[in-house]
Each structure stands twice: as C-alpha cells, then as structure tokens.
Write a protein that binds this ligand. Structure first.
Ligand SMILES: Cc1ncc(COP(=O)(O)O)c(C=O)c1O
Length: 465
C-alpha cells in the first residue's frame, strides 16, 4: 500500500497549497494522463464558476454548506441538464417511430444523444448504444459475446475492477469458459502487467479491464492492455465508468472493441452507454425481441429507453463542451485536429483533468499530515484520478463517513463494489475504505474543511496525541 509518511506530530499550520488559490493551475498536470496520448499542455484552468449551475450545491446540513465529495458514486446535475429532461417530458414525451410530432421528436432526442456521446468518446453515432446502466449493458454484452465462445475459451478480468466488470464475465464459467484474473499489487494498487502477459494465450477471447479504479483512483495503461489483447486476437472491453468523468477519451486512438460508461458519473442522469467498434458490434449476436432492429446500435437496446435520460445525456455532453469552449486554444495541441463539439468536449475533459489534479494533490498532501490516516492508492507519479481512499486508525470507515456527513461533507465508505481489491488490501472485514472523490464543482476550501474534520476526528481517536 502506498501509505503516506506521517510525522506523527499534529500541526495546525495552514495547509500547504501546492496549487495556489482554489481553481488555479500553475502549470503542472503530472499525475493526470489519458493513457492514450500526450499529457495536456500546461495551462491555467479555473472551472469554479461552474458551481453556479448546480442547484444541488445550495443544500445545507446542520448549518454547513453541503460539500459533494461523493462524485465517484454519481455527480450532481447542472441546470441545463435538468431543463433538458424537463423539456423532453413536457414537450416531446412519446414512444418511438410514430407518425406524429412527439414521437418524431423522441426519435430525434435519441439520435441527438447518440451524436453527443459519439462526440464525447470520439466515435460514430451508430456505434453508441444506451441502456439502464453500465452493469446491465455489460451483462447484455457478455451474454452476446458468449454465444460465439466454446468451452475452454478464456476470458481475462482483473482484481482491481468494480464487480460490474467482473461478474458479467465470471458468470460465463457456467458454460465452460475459463476465467483468469489479473493480480493487483496491493502495495501499489496497480495491475501486475507481467502476470497479465502470462495469462494471455491462444484461447484468450476477451480481455475486460477498467480504465481507472473507482475505489482508489489508479489509472491503468489501457492502450497497452488493448494492444496486448489484440496481439492474441482477443476482444478488448474497457470499463471507462470511473475514468470518463476525469479525462479525455478517444476510442479510435485507444483501439478498443467495446467501451462502457455511465452518464450519471459525468453530470447527467442515470443512463448507461456502450460504445461498440462498428465491425465488432456488427458481429455481436445479441439477445433481442423479434420486432427490434437487428442493426447496430439498436440490436442491443432491449425495450423502451429512458428518453428523458437521453435528453439529459446530450445536455451533459453539451455542459462539458461549455466548460471546454474557453480552453479549446489552450489544449489545441492535444485535440488531434478535432473540431466543433468534439473539440469543445475534449477540451472540457482536459480542463477538468487540469482543474482536478492540483485539488487532488492538496487532498493527498493534507491527508499525509494527519496521524493515523493511511491512504491507499497508486504511488506518487503514477497516473490517477482525483479519487482518494483512506482509513483512519481506530475508527470504522462508516463512522468516519457519518462524522463527516454530519458536517455536510459527503463521502462514501465501504468497498464500492471493488470487492476483490478491498479483499486483497485486507480491509474486507474492516468496513473497507473512506472514499473522497473530486469533481469540477469542488473547491480547495471544501478540501480544507474535509481535512480539518478528519484531523478533528483523528485527534479525538488518540487521546494521548
Ligand atoms: C468503475 C465502475 N464500473 C462500473 C460501475 C457500474 O456502473 P453502473 O452503476 O452504471 O452499472 C461503476 C459504478 O460505480 C464503476 O465505478
């Protein structure tokens, strides 16, 4: 584990502020990388103005302003997204493919959502399918892929991942598919890539791996994982649910066959997204009802979609593009020649990455100064998301989360469904971890409030201190 070094001495000095004032970015984005391309250019990025667009941030708890540090479980929703969903329900609500106005508007709502998510991911609209959530889509995907597999074929999953990227694949063991699991190194919370290489072979048909860990923030070298999967002729399926809110995605550059994410993790409603590389998607034998289109992407979309959610999903991408618009020139070099909303959405994700990185450093530095706190996650310098998990000696994680929650500091505790990782960290029977996740609406002031509260609890946990 990457345990932070502690001086053992409690200090009340002002927090070190590696990034200066809230929202400033003095020109270093180390620790944040896409895993697929060059690091974003050094830039001064301030996204704190976006707070005004999130009505939920007005909430108060016991007199404290609510600080939403629970983003990895789902972000808050900006006003334009709420309005888009409202507008759909008021003016366009119908089922699809009818001969009348609201039905046509519904068809267009779905098409617009495909275009928006294609812009966010660097795909074609016809390669974007929607579903209830990532887990449901991944089960549909694994079952469809399994129709082309034979007993003895092999599927590789990892110990680092959320169970939504594990169980849909391990379920295939029932039909004789051999499941292999890449080990995680519990000291560094990173994947053992040598072990991964040793698991690949002529019977490997699928490699399912996460882009980033929702439990500890580790960003994996997914480009390498995809390449290695393809070298043995396997499909590469990437779970980008935790990565997508924190960095730019280019599915073409990555070269993956399928990629999944969830719009509620990046300012939208509860909708799951599946990207399928056209050729791989066309070969897929999905389970479907007879009247359903056999064509991509509809062939995996069973039943009626969440139309108001899709209106919100498109608006969420527009929101990200609105964050990126002022930064298109700043990040021009890493936009790969993109234009229009694709360029703005990419710039938005680079801007989010640049805004969150120094806040994350502030959080890590502050936690390192609190005796009894142990941070679990990748070592310094390893690519990571701004999702930081820790334990506090002598306190159950649920107790820590409750204490913080009473002070309006919303954090998660538990295993966050990253069950194997938490087992490998030896924390499964100890309540898991306390998880703090950052989003563009979070500020340095909120992090300082959190650190002060953890410090207060740490002090009361250690009477002699
Ligand atoms: C990394 C990761 N993968 C998959 C999921 C499951 O996503 P969904 O809730 O859309 O099924 C989550 C949800 O937290 C996640 O963090």
């Amino acid at each position: 584990m990457a345990e932070t070094a502690h001086s053992g001495k409690h200090e009340t000095k002002a927090r070190s502020t590696p990034s200066g004032a809230p929202g400033t970015m003095p020109g270093d984005t180390t620790g944040a990388t896409t895993g697929t391309g060059p690091h974003p250019a050094p830039a001064a990025v301030d996204l704190s103005h976006c707070r005004a667009q999130f009505p939920a941030l007005e909430l108060r708890v016991n007199g404290y302003p609510a600080a939403f540090l629970d983003g990895p479980g789902g972000t808050q929703v900006p006003r334009p997204v709420i309005e888009a969903m409202n507008d759909y329900l008021v003016r366009k609500n119908a089922n699809t493919h009818g001969a009348f106005l609201t039905s046509r508007a519904t068809d267009e709502t779905i098409a617009a959502a495909r275009r928006a998510l294609a812009d966010l991911l660097g795909a074609e609209p016809g390669e974007i399918a929607f579903g209830a959530n990532m887990t449901t889509l991944n089960f549909a995907l694994s079952r469809a892929i399994a129709r082309g597999l034979r007993p003895g074929d092999e599927v590789i999953v990892t110990e680092l991942d959320h169970d939504a990227d594990v169980s849909p694949w391990t379920a295939l063991a029932e039909q004789g598919i051999v499941i292999r699991q890449v080990r995680v190194d519990p000291e560094t919370c990173t994947l053992d890539m040598e072990h991964f290489a040793s698991l690949l072979g002529p019977r490997t048909r699928v490699v399912a791996a996460g882009w980033a860990s929702n439990a500890v923030g580790t960003i994996n070298d997914v480009a390498r994982i995809v390449r290695m999967a393809h070298e043995v002729g396997a499909l590469a399926v990437i779970d980008a649910v935790h990565y997508a809110p924190h960095g730019p995605i280019d599915v073409r550059a990555l070269g993956c066959d399928f990629l999944l994410c969830s719009v509620y993790k990046f300012f939208g409603p509860h909708v799951g997204v599946l990207y399928g590389r056209r050729e791989a998607f066309e070969r897929l034998q999905t389970y479907k009802v007879r009247p359903q289109s056999p064509e991509v992407p509809e062939k995996i979309e069973t039943g009626t979609l969440n139309h108001e959610g899709l209106a919100g999903a498109a608006a969420a991408v527009d929101f990200i593009a609105s964050l990126g618009r002022p930064y298109v020139e700043t990040f021009r070099e890493v936009l790969g020649g993109a234009s229009g909303r694709r360029a703005e959405a990419l710039a938005g994700m680079h801007a989010i990455e640049a805004y969150e990185a120094p806040l994350c450093q502030r959080l890590l530095d502050g936690l390192a100064q609190i005796p009894g706190v142990r941070v679990y996650g990748p070592p310094e310098g390893h690519p990571r998301t701004p999702t930081v998990s820790f334990t506090l000696e002598g306190r159950h994680p649920a107790e820590v989360a409750r204490f913080l929650g009473e002070r309006g500091l919303f954090v998660w505790d538990g295993d966050f469904y990253a069950v194997t990782l938490v087992e490998r960290l030896g924390l499964a029977d100890k309540g898991g971890l306390v998880r703090v996740g950052l989003a563009p609406y979070n500020t340095a002031e909120e992090i300082d409030r959190l650190l002060e509260a953890v410090e207060e609890l740490a002090r009361s946990s250690r009477p002699g201190w």
